[in-house]
Design a protein. Structure first.
Ligand code: ASP
Length: 353
């Protein structure tokens, strides 16, 4: 990965200026170098989203409608416990969802955060973009806005997620009044698969590039499990959990949101691409910044490396794509060249075990 020198910067600036002259009248859409077909990139839980987004874009759908329809599949799936319906709840057992969207052609964005009872926060975020003069609405206001637009309310806490939350609640302290089943003398709940799920993070992000050069992206999540009510991560924050610049590319993030917010992760990735880095280099650049700025002891291992993971995903205007994580072993989903598949993320550190 190279740092940008003055000559690279000037030539990329000159290239952007030249491309700027190709802007068309309707939306400020610029022509794009030819790509074979639509390309979509997503987090590893997003294979169905990339397939749907590519299918819709191929049929002429708007790029934002396409990625939102893609992530809706995962938002509505009770088996993905990191997104939408079935997501793990906050510390009080209530599911709170975060999402943002960005529409490349119009440079518009919308977001909702800490919204309850609505299965598809990404669609509410799109309406914030389309039907208000705001970019972000949170909490009760977001729910009222969704109600005004006719969204059905649902209890988002599935039985599986409730059991996982209950187990966390009963186990996380010895000095409160909650007793895990195995210590109660009334049975052992360890056989419950849901209650043993180890993860506390999870999200879906998905971006697409259409052959006409239009791009859009979406990120949606139930966020950090068992969070303090009202906690908002990076996912609904434009520039952190998602950023799209129709003239450069799109980026999204998953993992520890607090770390992503502090380096404006997705914006950092898109800016690095603007200045000449490939998507993978740009993701690694942001990941390195996270590692470098993680200074407090409780977030570092003994060797100084972060004790958490973050993954960044990027798709360039030219149809290049890539992803990077702090720790090895991560994958991302990509639909490109007619093939939908998981690929390895580049990484900063190799997991010891
Ligand atoms: N980034 C999300 C958050 O911090 C969670 C995740 O992606 O794992 O809320």
């Amino acid at each position: 990965m190279g740092t940008l020198n003055r000559r690279d910067f000037l030539s990329s600036a000159a290239a952007s200026a030249a491309l700027g002259t190709l802007v068309s009248s309707t939306f400020g859409i610029q022509d794009s170098p030819a790509i074979d077909g639509p390309i979509a990139i997503s987090s590893a839980n997003g294979l169905r989203a990339t397939a749907k987004a590519v299918e819709m874009v191929s049929q002429g759908a708007d790029t934002l409608d396409a990625v939102i329809a893609g992530v809706n599949i995962v938002e509505e799936d009770p088996n993905d416990m990191s997104v939408g319906y079935g997501g793990l709840p906050n510390e009080e057992g209530i599911v709170e969802l975060d999402s943002c969207v960005m529409h490349g052609p119009t440079c518009e964005a919308g977001a909702v955060a800490a919204i309850r009872n609505i299965k598809t926060p990404s669609r509410v975020a799109q309406l914030v973009m389309q039907r208000t003069d705001h970019v972000m609405i949170v909490g009760e206001g977001a729910l009222r806005f969704a109600r005004a637009h006719g969204f059905a309310e649902t209890n988002l806490l599935t039985d599986k997620a409730r059991k996982a939350w209950l187990r966390w609640k009963e186990q996380h302290s010895d000095s409160d009044d909650w007793i895990p089943a195995e210590k109660s003398g009334f049975g052992d709940s360890r056989s419950d698969v849901a209650s043993k799920l180890p993860f506390t993070y999870g999200t879906i992000t998905c971006s697409v590039l259409a052959p006409n050069g239009q791009m859009s992206g979406v990120t949606t999540t139930s966020g950090l499990s068992y969070k303090i009510p009202g906690r908002i991560g990076d996912s609904p924050i434009i520039g952190a959990g998602l950023f799209v610049d129709n003239e450069v590319g799109a980026a999204g993030a998953t993992g520890r949101g607090e770390a992503v917010i502090k380096i404006c992760g997705s914006h950092t990735v898109v800016e690095a691409m603007r200045h000449g880095m490939s998507p993978e280099e740009a993701c690694l650049h942001a990941i390195k910044q996270i590692a470098k700025t993680t200074k407090i002891k409780r977030l570092r291992r003994k060797d100084g490396k972060p004790n958490f993971d973050v993954k960044m995903y990027a798709l360039s205007k030219e149809g290049q794509f890539g992803a990077a994580s702090i720790w090895s072993g991560a994958k991302f989903a990509v639909y490109e060249g007619g093939r939908n598949r998981l690929e390895d993320c580049a990484h900063l550190y190799t997991r010891d075990s």
